[in-house]
Design a protein around this ligand. Structure first.
Ligand code: GRG
Length: 298
């Protein structure tokens, strides 16, 4: 498949996700209007929309209707946006910029940022719970279950707790992997699971292959994130390659070094593609997404 076909598809998914999110979020003139404005500020007009892209890519494999996948895509993106809002707060990473603009607690205030995250999380589950979203109610309920596990203490929130505990501490490669499998991997896995659940093709082998793919992609996303952060530090601050200055947090680059981290990323990409190898051309967007995740520049 040509790069142009993938780029067009990616743009079309990003665009339809923006529209779906804008429609799903409460309107600005609805009370409490300041909270609703802050929710829209947090979600709209930024981000790569990697999780919605994964949901739609998986939906292609299971022959899902794109309008249905939009719902799954919005749900995972809302959870992601909530996690960024809370992660940026002074009690967590204390960041003042996100997606090129002031973070929610800076633009509004801490209490509003807390409520924005809470409300985005609730909205995500509300979207999945709409009666009749899928013809099979049991399959629809599975989407809710997967997202609950992925975002809670057995997933993203648990990963954030492990991350906070590990700041300033020596950490093994295995422990780093456990942290990332929870913190970022679980929601990436859920993005693929939810997108796949939207379609009628539900054979066990296809679902298992998608799951294997998503687990490798989740880790790959984080390894590449660490490499990009290291390269940005080196370019802008003249830091030594292989160092990562983010809050003294352990990363794949600090643990493995830059070259080994790059080699690990290549290995994860190969594993992800191998999981999809028996699947037909309907998996091509997922294949191209793996490459996009490796070669992205931000
Ligand atoms: C606060 C419960 C709670 C969880 C926070 C996922 C997470 C846990 C925090 C995100 C912090 C962070 C910067 C993690 C590194 C990898 C990552 C998830 C980066 C941001 O995701 P992208 O690159 O962002 O998909 P965009 O802006 O493109 O959506």
């Amino acid at each position: 498949m040509s790069g142009a076909i993938f780029s067009d598809w990616m743009r079309s998914i990003q665009s339809r996700t923006e529209t779906a999110l804008a429609n799903a979020l409460p309107p600005l003139d609805l009370t409490p209007d300041r909270l609703h404005e802050a929710m829209r500020y947090a979600v709209l007009g930024g981000g790569k929309r990697v999780r919605p892209l994964l949901a739609h890519g998986a939906g292609l494999v299971t022959a899902a209707a794109p309008d249905t996948v939009d719902r799954a895509a919005c749900a995972v993106e809302l959870i992601h946006a909530y996690s960024l809002v809370h992660d940026d707060m002074p009690c967590m990473d204390d960041d003042s910029l996100r997606r090129g603009k002031p973070t929610v607690h800076v633009e509004y205030d801490d209490a509003t940022a807390l409520l924005v995250g809470d409300a985005l999380q609730s909205l995500a589950f509300q979207l999945l719970a709409e009666p009749g979203l899928l013809p099979d109610a049991a399959r629809q309920l599975k989407m809710v279950e997967h997202l609950g596990i992925a975002s809670g203490s057995r997933g993203m929130a648990g990963g954030q707790a492990i991350d906070l505990q590990s700041v300033g501490q020596a950490i093994s490669r295995e422990a780093l992997e456990v942290m990332h499998v929870h913190k970022t991997g679980a929601l990436i896995r859920a993005s693929v699971q939810l997108g796949a659940l939207c379609g009628p093709t539900q054979d066990a082998d296809t679902l298992a292959r998608l799951d294997q793919f998503s687990k490798r992609i989740g880790l790959l996303f984080q390894v590449v994130d660490d490499i990009l952060d290291c390269e940005a530090d080196t370019a802008t601050l003249g830091k030594t390659a292989g160092k990562d200055a983010r809050n003294d947090k352990p990363t794949y680059v600090t643990l493995l070094g830059l070259e080994e981290a790059r080699r690990f990323a290549a290995e994860l990409e190969a594993d992800a593609l191998a999981a999809l190898s028996p699947l037909d051309a309907r998996a091509d967007m997922l294949r191209a997404l793996a490459s996009y995740i490796v070669h992205r520049r931000f």
